[in-house]
Design a protein around this ligand. Structure first.
Ligand SMILES: O=C(O)CCC(=O)C(=O)O
Ligand SMILES: [Fe+2]
Length: 373
């Protein structure tokens, strides 16, 4: 099969008509080669951001306390935590590099090996019979040549639709800049009746923590509640307390009630959406990034406003509160080969880490936690 020719739309192309400002930005950022002009507009709080500080696009803000002092789970890091506010996105706070390497490894391990187990529900559970202990144990056994169990499809012969399996996104039929596969990338294999754990792992898209999320009607299952992992709760509590001076949301009121762990393969993207399923919009939303960096776009509560592009790196923490809590945001692009060198197995003193690293080097893991009520 011949490779699809890439067509880059000129800025004055009529094909841009009827596209929202957000959609245009998303399309531009998801290109494999990001034009230099666009790249210059990227805010990089975890890298060189002197120009953005000089222009006032980013502003250093004081934290009430260093979150690492409030929770050991972030790991020991030499420098004091720095936090930034983004001029055009009121209420957005980025604390880059808050996690140490070993602490990042600990959270990623838990996301893959623990949080995908029963009673947490993953995207795979909809159509595949997973063991109650989750996918990872099965994957490791297969990886170590012990046995190859197959996961069976729940509904014999029923072909799941993309919408059911994924984030609720549909493939972008009109993508003209490049053929980008949207979640899940391997639709053809849904026709399989069974698959092995190593086939299933790249198809893992999300797992839910706390109140389980119903993707079809975008509400929480109040009768289905998995315990919020203690580690995640402690990390979030520390972040909320550390930024209480900025949000005016007291740490005592915070409850980590629901969370989503997003697993992105390099070609995955998460399209523009607002997180509106939570009754409580006063409480901040806390989000952690691990693995490869991504382009994170965030705008206002209208798709007609041009979003601000932010580079999120492994170990960064992002908080959405105030106006930004209900703003449209998306992840149009995961940047390949951007996993930090310090996460390589030789730098992590954990003999169980290599298979997790192998997974993470072609992935991004995001944990985001909300208070629902
Ligand atoms: O992956 C991210 O950084 C964002 C995820 C997100 O927006 C969501 O799960 O609602
Ligand atoms: Fe979101």
């Amino acid at each position: 099969m011949g490779k699809k020719k890439r067509i880059i739309l000129p800025p004055d192309s009529p094909a841009w008509a009827n596209q929202t400002a957000f959609r245009i930005a998303e399309r531009s950022w998801k290109r494999r080669t990001i034009p230099a002009q666009l790249r210059e507009t990227l805010l990089d709080p975890g890298g060189d951001c002197t120009a953005a500080l000089d222009s006032g696009q980013l502003r250093r803000v004081d934290l009430a306390e260093d979150p690492r002092k409030l929770c050991r789970g972030f790991g020991a890091n030499g420098e004091a935590a720095t936090a930034y506010a983004v001029r055009d996105i009121p209420g957005l706070v980025v604390i880059p590099g808050l996690f140490s390497g070993p602490a990042q490894a600990g959270v990623v391990r838990a996301c893959l090996a623990e949080y995908t187990a029963h009673p947490n529900v993953t995207n795979l559970d909809t159509h595949w019979r997973l063991p109650a202990s989750g996918l990872w144990g099965l994957y490791e056994r297969e990886r170590n040549g012990l046995d190859v169990d197959v996961l069976e499809m729940r509904h014999d012969g029923k072909v799941p639709s993309v919408k059911e399996e994924g984030y609720g996104d549909v493939p972008d039929q009109n993508a003209t800049d490049e053929k980008v596969r949207i979640d899940p990338p391997t639709t053809a294999t849904h026709y399989l009746k069974a698959m092995t754990a190593s086939q299933a792992l790249p198809r893992l898209r999300w797992t839910s923590l706390g109140f389980q999320y119903n993707w079809s009607n975008k509400t929480y299952h109040l009768d289905r509640h998995a315990p919020m992992p203690v580690l995640i709760d402690e990390l979030c509590g520390a972040v909320v307390a550390a930024i209480a001076n900025l949000t005016a949301y007291p740490a005592e009121k915070w409850k980590s009630e629901a969370g989503i762990v997003n697993f992105y393969q390099l070609r995955d993207l998460l399209m523009a959406h607002q997180d509106r399923s939570e009754e409580n919009s006063e409480a901040p939303l806390v989000s952690f990034s691990f693995g490869n960096s991504c382009i994170f776009l965030i705008g206002t509560d209208s798709r007609d406003d041009i979003p601000t592009p932010i580079l999120l790196r492994s170990g960064d923490v992002l908080v959405m509160h105030g106006a930004s809590r209900r703003a449209f945001h998306s992840v149009p692009r995961i940047l390949e080969n951007t996993i930090p060198e310090y996460l390589a197995p030789e730098h992590i003193d954990d003999k169980e880490w290599p298979p997790f690293y192998e997974y993470l080097k072609d992935a991004r893991v995001n944990v985001n936690v909300r208070q629902v009520f």
